[in-house]
Design a protein around this ligand. Structure first.
Ligand code: AMP
Ligand code: GLY
Length: 415
């Protein structure tokens, strides 16, 4: 099988590594890729914002399956154009990607599908905004309706700040605050059938102790030893299956990765958000544990053939991913600094997220630079490995959290 993967981040590096392990994979092409990915796949400097250019590339390579990593090409209709050109694509249509592209759309799907989520109002003027803020009270949760690269959501006790954020967007969703730990749980869908992956937990705040601004994600771990045993089954039945059925009933079947961001509240599981693609850094922590051959799995989803697929197979090992971020990330990341000391140990992976080659020198090129995953018999061992590797990397001014999976590993040891 010849696969073309679209994207250039840590998520795509982890996808590329997992696709490579599939015995039926013959060629792996990535556009545009990054220096880490180029060590394991053939990278093409195609402009992935140009749907026609991607189709031309796929045609020239006689590709069997296209896998789309990031949300932007999905929202720009790349899947639709590739399907029209006759390709099997893992990634939802533009219409189905609205489940990530519009918070209001996602709320409507959840309402119609009976999926548990926070109560909310969609507001288009100051009167409606103030009424909604006062209905729910503090802490206030304000979400811009469109794609906002992680900057659209504000959670604050400060009503004036909530109002100010709300007024920045022509349409906002204001909703009740959900307490309880957050869990990311993904499903792989062929539009009709959906297979649940294992849960992971992402650390969204920049600094230790969940302090500082929200980021794209500073680390993750899986599995979750503290979560109730039926979390996967429950999410499959209450969230993933009804959502896929509702999307199909609307005439916009969802073929690809449905990302459910969950809050495990005292009143039960609630959906915080949906995304239309693999999470980052959850992918870097989940895929090293996946034993089901990934290229075959994604091809079956893309060709609407998951009906009789057996459940996914996972390694019993634990995994911990720690992200190395540039100085100033997420506010004003400083890039272009040399990176040294990339020395993986057995049972670890270093995924490139934002790197570039300047001649033969590897340099930082983004806010999140590397994602280091350690695997081990338990979270403590996986953490030790991830931190051993990341602490050996030098990048001027960089930072990483030191408490990824710390509480979970202590709790696990105590059991
Ligand atoms: P979202 O982009 O919708 O995932 O929101 C980003 C982050 O804001 C989430 O990961 C949560 O930490 C937080 N958040 C979003 N919605 C809520 C909510 N209803 N209650 C509490 N926190 C929330
Ligand atoms: N880790 C959060 C996301 O991928 O949206």
């Amino acid at each position: 099988m010849k696969v073309l993967l679209i994207g250039s981040g840590g998520r795509e590096h982890a996808l590329a590594a997992a696709l490579k392990r599939d015995p039926l994979l013959e060629e792996l092409h990535v556009a545009p890729g990054n220096p880490g990915i180029s060590e394991i796949a053939i990278c093409h400097a195609t402009n992935t914002d140009d749907n026609a250019a991607v189709i031309a590339l796929a045609e020239s390579l006689t590709i069997d399956l296209v896998v789309i990593g990031p949300e932007k090409p999905l929202v720009q209709g790349l899947s639709d154009d590739l399907r029209k050109a006759g390709f099997a694509v893992f990634g939802p249509s533009q219409a189905a990607a609205q489940i990530e592209g519009s918070k209001d759309f996602a709320k409507g799907v959840m309402r119609d599908a009976g999926v548990p989520t926070a109560r909310s109002f969609t507001c288009i003027n100051q009167d409606e905004i103030e009424k909604a803020l006062d209905t729910f009270g503090a802490p206030f949760v304000v979400k811009h309706d469109g794609l906002a690269a992680g900057k659209g959501v504000v959670v604050t006790d400060d009503r004036a700040a909530a109002l100010e954020h709300a007024l920045l967007s022509p349409r906002v969703v204001i909703e009740e605050f959900l307490d309880g730990p957050e869990v990311s749980l993904f499903g792989i869908s062929d539009g009709k059938n959906i297979l649940a992956m294992q849960p992971a937990q992402d650390f969204k705040r920049a600094f230790d102790g969940d302090l500082g601004p929200n980021t794209g994600g500073m680390g993750a771990y899986s599995p979750l030893p503290w979560a109730h045993d039926d979390i996967v089954e429950e999410t499959l039945e209450q969230v993933l299956k009804p959502t896929i059925a509702e999307m199909a009933a609307r005439g916009t079947p969802f073929v690809g990765l449905l990302y459910a961001g969950l809050a495990l509240t005292t009143k039960g599981t609630r959906v915080i958000e949906f995304n239309a693609r693999f999470g980052d850094p959850e992918t870097e922590v989940l895929l090293p544990r996946l034993q089901t051959p990934l290229a075959q799995l994604l091809l079956k989803a893309a060709t609407r053939d998951l009906k009789d697929h057996p459940p996914l197979i996972w390694s019993a090992e634990s995994a911990v991913t720690v992200v190395l971020a540039s100085e100033g990330y997420p506010t004003a990341p400083k890039i272009g600094e040399p990176i040294m000391g990339l020395n993986p140990v057995d049972g670890s992976d270093i995924f490139h997220a934002g790197t570039t080659l300047d001649g033969s020198v590897l340099k930082s090129a983004g806010g999140r630079v590397l994602a280091v995953t350690g695997m081990g018999a338990d979270l403590t061992e996986a953490r030790d490995k991830a931190y051993r590797v990341i602490s050996g990397i030098t990048l001027h001014g960089s930072h990483y959290r030191s408490d990824i999976a710390l509480n979970a590993s202590i709790a696990e040891k105590g059991n």
